[in-house]
Design a protein around this ligand. Structure first.
Ligand code: RB5
Length: 144
C-alpha cells in the first residue's frame, strides 16, 4: 500500500459510516484526519466536501473519503474542485477501477444506499489499489 494520508468527512446522513470507516482506519494504522461532522445534527454536505477537497489539493492528504446519505451530493460538490476526481462507488469493481483507471483521489459513499460491510470492503479495495498509469494517465491528463 502506498503511503496513505487520508482525510474523511461526512454530513449527518453519513455520520454512522464515517465512524465505522474510522474504526477500520485505526485498526490498520492508516493515518487520517476527520474534518467532521462530529454530531448527528443536520449540516450542509458542501461545506464538508470543501474541507476534504482543500486538504487533498494542498497535499496534506493524498486520499479523501466523503459520505452522505446517497453519496451524490458529496460527489457533485467535490468534482467542482479543480484537481479532484471523486468517484461515487456502490460496488467493489467500480472502487478498484476508479483507482486503477481514473486515479480517483476521493471516494464517495452513500450510507442510505449500501450496507455497512460492503461500504467497508469498498474502502479497503479503494485504499489498496494503485493507479495503473500508461494510457489511463493520458485520459486523466485530458480531464485536467
Ligand atoms: C441529507 O438529508 C441528504 O440530502 C444528504 O446526506 C445527501 O444524501 C445529499 O446528497
Amino acid at each position: 500500500m502506498e503511503d496513505l494520508k487520508v482525510v474523511i468527512g461526512s454530513d449527518h446522513g453519513g455520520f454512522h459510516y464515517k465512524e465505522k470507516v474510522i474504526e477500520y482506519l485505526k485498526s490498520r494504522n492508516i493515518p487520517f484526519v476527520d474534518v467532521g461532522t462530529h454530531t448527528r445534527e443536520a449540516c450542509d454536505y458542501p461545506d464538508i466536501a470543501k474541507a476534504v477537497c482543500e486538504r487533498v489539493i494542498s497535499g496534506k492528504s493524498n486520499r479523501g473519503i466523503l459520505i452522505c446519505g446517497t453519496g451524490i451530493g458529496m460527489s457533485i460538490a467535490a468534482n467542482k474542485v479543480h484537481g479532484i476526481r471523486a468517484a461515487l462507488c456502490g460496488d467493489t469493481y467500480s472502487a478498484r477501477v476508479s483507482r486503477a483507471h481514473n486515479n480517483a483521489n476521493i471516494l464517495c459513499l452513500g450510507e442510505r444506499v449500501i450496507g455497512e460491510h460492503l461500504a467497508l470492503d469498498i474502502v479497503d479495495i479503494w485504499l489498496k489499489t494503485g493507479f495503473e498509469g500508461g494510457r489511463h494517465k493520458r485520459r486523466v491528463d485530458l480531464i485536467e
